[in-house]
Design a protein around this ligand. Structure first.
Ligand code: NDP
Length: 435
């Protein structure tokens, strides 16, 4: 905290991990001699640059751009790019740190990184988004490469933005290589990548419920967010017989007492992905639903909650409300959506609770599979990728149970995910010497 003041999200993420790996760490005095904690917590490097781009009125705009290369002990740096007005070094450092453990859990050879900009695509024209993406890649291209660092999408960076950045990288280098994941199907993208984080989140939720012999079918689910992760979480919930009751954006949430069915989800996808509208428009289309401005959906009654928007969106009070309302499981689609106080409430009440670094790892797992397909110059079928995704989520769940089961049988998924993720990276760092 003394070394990195004013970086609360980063300190929050590091504290949570250190608090859970201590027991395992103390079993290995060689880790301490190698100063592994500092070497693992402080990113390898931070690349920071200015991005100049021209808006539709001909004015020059300036944003900040970043790439945090956190750790490459087990594979090339890998992690998304976030374009959102709130982006700063603290948020990207927390995300890159978490990514290192998450990628370790996937069983695939990927290190951890994160990047992005304080540019917000919201309200920008297509041409402005393209010019920004090109300007951003003009600065970033020299620091990334298919065997060095392979960025992907995150908040504000979807298929459109990845496409523009890929095009610019290709123009600058004359190389057609798998430099980004989440690419379009026509130029090296993997089937199931858009769906992967949401589908993986629900596969993981199913595994958690199975430890208690509970079926997902018939359950009512509170979802936050209405972007990539939220949409495909809802799609998989519906496929498995559960009912999403809510979704949201940064202005407010909608609650549909009849549930969000396939037709309504198709409307949301069109609204958010094509028209780039706001979630409040849902109630104009479906008037039996309600829209609550400036609030989050955690006060509504349901069986399960899955936050899929952003960090710290469930605080201690919201967590208490969820538990009081009878929620039996919380599965995180977003990164660090629960505050430390909220996590404590979930764990003290012994409900099923899993941190995003395990339950949302499906996205980067399929990004890893996209890299494999690019290297092989092959494309796998939808079924093949989905099957691999499902089996990776099963194995992440098994690792959490292995390292997180407490004396009374309660599975502490936070501890399980952190210890499993940590051990692999730590052993790789030890084997590679002091670099
Ligand atoms: P999108 O940009 O597609 O969607 C983000 C959603 O969250 C939007 O509905 C957005 O609303 C809302 N949101 C964003 N910021 C805030 C905020 N500060 N307060 C309230 N709502 C907010 O992003 P993704 O779905 O890709 O990402 C969602 C979460 O999942 C993030 O935490 C991300 O790190 C995590 N994640 C994503 C992965 C992926 O594969 N995409 C992989 C693993 C984790 P609005 O439209 O108003 O901005």
């Amino acid at each position: 905290e003394q070394r990195f003041p004013n970086q609360p999200e980063y300190i929050q993420a590091v504290s949570q991990v250190l608090g859970t790996i201590e027991e395992e760490y103390n079993k290995h005095p060689e880790f301490d001699r190698a100063n592994l904690i500092e070497r693992l917590c402080i990113p390898d490097r931070i690349i920071q640059f200015r991005v100049n781009w021209v808006d539709d009125k001909g004015n020059v705009q300036t944003n900040m751009g970043y790439r945090i290369q956190h750790n490459n002990a087990i594979g090339p740096y890998k992690g998304g790019l976030r374009f959102h007005a709130s982006v700063n070094v603290s948020i990207l450092k927390f995300l890159a740190f978490e990514q290192t453990f998450k990628n370790s859990l996937t069983t695939l050879p990927m290190g951890g990184a994160k990047g992005g900009s304080d540019f917000s695509p919201r309200g920008k024209s297509n041409a402005e988004v393209m010019r920004f993406c090109q300007a951003f890649m003009r600065e970033l291209w020299n620091y990334i490469g298919p065997d060095c660092d392979v960025p992907a999408g995150d908040i504000g960076v979807g298929g459109r933005e990845v496409g523009y950045m890929f095009g610019q990288y290709k123009a600058l280098t004359h190389q057609f290589v798998g430099i980004l994941t989440g690419k379009g199907q026509e130029f090296g993208g993997s089937l199931i990548r858009p769906e992967a984080t949401g589908y993986g989140n629900v596969y993981f939720l199913q595994d958690m419920l199975a430890t208690k012999g509970i079926d997902l079918k018939g359950k009512k689910v509170l979802v936050s967010g209405a972007g990539n992760v939220a949409q495909y979480t809802m799609e998989k919930l519906l496929q498995l017989g559960a009912t999403p009751m809510t979704c949201s954006d940064s202005d407010g949430y909608i609650y549909d007492p009849d549930g969000i069915d396939e037709k309504k989800l198709a409307y949301i996808m069109e609204l958010k992905n094509i028209e780039r509208g706001r979630i409040k428009e849902y109630v104009e289309e479906y008037p039996t639903a309600k829209y609550v401005a400036g609030a989050k959906p955690w006060g509504e009654k349901a069986d399960i909650a899955t936050p899929c928007a952003t960090q710290n969106e469930i605080d201690g009070e919201a967590a208490k409300t969820l538990v009081a309302n009878g929620v039996i499981a919380v599965s995180e689609g977003a990164n660090m959506p629960s505050t430390p106080e909220a996590v404590k409430v979930f764990q003290d009440s012994k409900i099923l609770y899993c941190p995003g670094k395990a339950s949302n790892a499906g996205g980067v797992a399929v990004s890893g599979l996209e890299m494999t397909q690019n290297s092989e110059r092959l494309k796998w079928s939808r079924e093949e990728v989905d099957e691999k995704l499902h089996s990776i989520m099963n194995s992440i769940h098994a690792e959490c149970v292995k390292y997180g089961t407490e004396a009374d049988g309660y599975v502490n998924y936070v501890k399980g995910a952190n210890v499993a993720g940590f051990l692999k990276v730590a052993k790789a760092m030890m084997a590679q010497g002091i670099v």
